[in-house]
Design a protein around this ligand. Structure first.
Ligand code: AMP
Length: 176
């Protein structure tokens, strides 16, 4: 865990003053780090009946695709509005200023499928909560949500747990 944490690069004041950006590209670029991160993300679900991983654009695609391969299941992309080519279901969520929308193909998840949500980091939990709603509106069951990084002081993991979602994270950073 400490070894993995050392592979995260922190960039102060990006993309705006006051934000400590936790950059996972340094972890992704390290062969041992990438392998360990994927193994640890997948670990709790190895004996669970996961039908598909739903990854959130864009870093959730890299991690989620590899986790899906590990678990021997499919992968479903959750994308920013207007990017998916087929018919979609959209879900709005609140940002610090204004709202944004993520989308899923309307036929990506079959009713009753058990879905694992994957992204790189959970902060407010707004993005992940919208992903949970998309999966549930698609008829899927959310088996859990996995992230490399938790920012516990911002409260997103607690928000998801309060929604009944089992949250798995590999490391935490203090502050915002
Ligand atoms: P949230 O919806 O607030 O939980 O934000 C989660 C999404 O925003 C994830 O897709 C992250 O990649 C990104 N994000 C939020 N805060 C940070 C941060 N401090 N460093 C890197 N990425 C972040």
């Amino acid at each position: 865990m400490e070894n993995l944490k050392r592979l995260i690069r922190t960039i102060p004041d990006y993309p705006k003053p006051g934000i400590m950006f936790r950059d996972i590209t340094t972890l992704l670029g390290d062969s041992q780090g990438l392998k360990a991160a994927i193994a640890r993300l997948a670990e709790p679900y190895r004996t669970e009946p996961v039908d598909a991983v739903a990854g959130i654009e864009a870093r959730g695609f890299i991690l989620g695709g590899a986790v899906a391969d590990r678990l021997g299941c499919g992968f479903v992309p959750i994308r920013k509005k207007g990017k998916l080519p087929w018919k979609t279901i959209g879900q709005e969520y609140t940002l610090e200023y204004g709202v944004d929308t993520i989308e899923i193909h309307e036929d990506a998840i079959k009713p009753g499928q058990r879905i694992l949500i994957v992204d790189d980091l959970i902060a407010t939990g707004g993005t992940a909560e919208a992903a949970v709603k998309l999966v549930r509106r698609s008829g899927g069951e959310v088996l859990g949500a996995a992230f490399v990084i938790d920012l516990p002081e911002i409260g997103g993991a607690k928000l998801l747990r309060d929604l009944g979602i089992a949250v798995h994270t590999l490391m935490a950073f203090e502050g915002h």
